[in-house]
Ligand binder design. Structure first.
Ligand code: HEM
Length: 473
């Protein structure tokens, strides 16, 4: 039998069993990986030494705990920026190369996005490379304004439900409301209707599915803060890890059931005609569009892909839009004179309209290009652009005139938000109807910002709402 000399390890000759050889190969591979990682870390540290840096808090974690997800953390980051000269870019001409970088050289955040994979599969947000490019091309038409038009009615209906609830709460003496809570439920309600044509009435009664989505979003954000739980093995041993998997199963089960049901009811022949009829009757939802979509070779998406994309829309579309709306309402509450100017403009636009419903014909549709990419930076920025345009009447022209080079290229080579038209339309409906029916007022205590995937407020973002006496319902 083949003898392996391990005398250099102080061991006598050992029979070279395949297992031993495998172990040696494995150990060598691990050693090489560790050496490569150590060298590249050392090289990065050496290069970064050229920059001034704040003292480390901890020998092991380095600067990690310097950036906390809290109000203090944000202020601290601001201080660090001024003391240590961290570069912050504001001018469109400087931001352009970053925002317009091709997807190939703007890699996705592998750490955070990995946490989302068990939930979102290989959907647009987390996928990369050829799969991402091909799916991005296939899904872009799903967000065309013509496809989104029928969703305006859904947005109006969901906002009406939220406002009816606000009216009821105010009548019962509760005029202090957490905007995040109410608006997140409203955006989830809209999404569930637009993605699945499913009305869970989640704004009025608890829904297991909606609760699971809220729980998954919260758990992912929490895990991101806990460095030691970044490893899957450890995370899934924890109680939160198990809750995460349970919620994933529930959400997948819901999406799978809708896909199966839709496939079952779609005829084998003439699918196009059925879907065209649905589009005409304005009942086409995202699942239909995903079932219909095909690549250049006529290949459609698998059920697993459809699930991943639908789950991604539910995740990407609710918190982001809710955060944008909540912070805009907070800012309008803080600046009543601007709130009044916005309200007057909405009233003017809706003057001869009965019932008061926002539709896409209203000149509220301003697809200005600045805000599309501002959504990468913060939801607050994203909508503020529109609010400004709403009352200043500058609309799309403004962005182009100020920086003519900012038109996006026609190909989907860049990574940006595919849902921006959807989000803008929903936010405009919600904001316009809210201004028409309610006055929002600040509370005494300032909110403490809490940056997670989107900007939240610790303990919620509370505002006082006051129904306007002549508000149309
Ligand atoms: C104000 C609301 C929104 C904001 C601020 C926002 C922000 C963003 C940002 C910054 C990205 C880029 C992420 C990255 O490259 O890593 C993104 C991607 C994405 N968003 Fe949005 N989003 C919003 C609304 C929506 C809505 C309503 C939907 C769907 C209904 C949506 C679906 C997506 C998807 C699928 C991606 C991945 C696109 C890709 O990688 O090709 N988003 N969003």
């Amino acid at each position: 039998m083949l003898q392996l000399s391990l005398s250099w390890l102080g061991l006598g000759p050992v029979a070279a069993s395949p297992w031993l050889l495998l172990l040696l190969v494995g150990a060598s591979w691990l050693l090489v990986r560790v050496l490569i990682w150590t060298y590249s870390s050392y090289d990065n540290i050496r290069r970064l030494r050229g920059f001034p840096q704040p003292p480390r808090r901890n020998w092991f974690l380095g600067h990690l705990d310097l950036v906390q997800s809290s109000e203090e953390g944000l202020l601290n980051t601001q201080d660090l920026a001024s003391t240590y000269g961290v570069v912050r870019i504001f001018h469109p001409a400087c931001i352009k190369p970053v925002l317009f970088a091709p997807a190939a050289i703007a890699p996705k955040d592998v750490v955070f996005y990995d946490f989302l994979k068990p939930w979102l599969g290989d959907g647009l947000l987390v996928s990369a490379g050829d799969k991402w490019s091909s799916h991005r091309r296939m899904l872009t038409p799903a967000f065309h304004f013509n496809i989104l038009k029928p969703y305006m009615k859904i947005f109006n209906d969901s906002v009406n439900v939220m406002h009816a609830k606000w009216q009821r709460l105010v009548t019962e003496g509760h005029n202090l409301l957490d905007m995040f809570e109410h608006i997140s439920l409203m955006t989830l309600d809209s999404l569930q209707k637009c993605v699945f044509s499913f009305d869970s009435n989640c704004q009025e009664k608890p829904s297991e599915y909606i609760a699971a989505i809220l729980e998954l979003s919260a758990l992912v954000a929490k895990r991101n803060q806990q460095v030691f739980l970044h490893t899957d093995f450890l995370y899934y041993l924890t109680c939160n890890g198990r809750r995460f998997l349970k919620a994933c199963r529930l959400v997948h089960h819901f999406t799978d059931a809708v896909i199966q049901e839709r496939r079952r009811t779609l005829p084998k022949e003439g699918v196009d005609d059925v879907l065209k009829a649905k589009a005409k009757a304005k009942t086409l939802d995202f699942i239909d569009v995903l079932l219909l979509t095909q690549d250049e070779d006529g290949k459609g998406l698998s059920d697993e892909d459809i699930r991943a994309e639908a789950d991604t829309f539910m995740f990407e579309g609710h918190d982001t839009t809710a955060s944008g709306l909540s912070w805009v309402l907070y800012n309008l509450a803080k600046h009543p004179e601007y709130q009044e100017r916005c309200r007057q403009e909405v009233q003017e636009l809706l003057r001869d309209r009965e019932p008061k419903e926002i539709d896409c014909e209203l000149p509220l549709h301003s697809p200005h290009l600045h805000s599309q990419d501002a959504c990468r930076i913060s939801p607050l920025l994203y909508l503020c652009g529109w609010v400004w345009e709403l009352w200043a009447g500058l609309r799309a022209r403004r962005g182009r005139e100020e920086s003519p080079g900012l038109s996006p290229p026609p190909t989907p080579a860049r990574r940006n938000c595919i849902g921006q038209t959807f989000a803008m339309a929903e936010m405009k409906v919600a904001l316009a109807l809210t201004l028409l029916r309610f006055r929002v007022l600040p509370v005494d205590e300032e909110p403490r910002r809490k940056p997670e995937l989107i900007l939240r407020a610790e303990g919620g973002l509370w505002l006082r709402v006051e129904p306007l006496s002549s508000s149309p319902q």
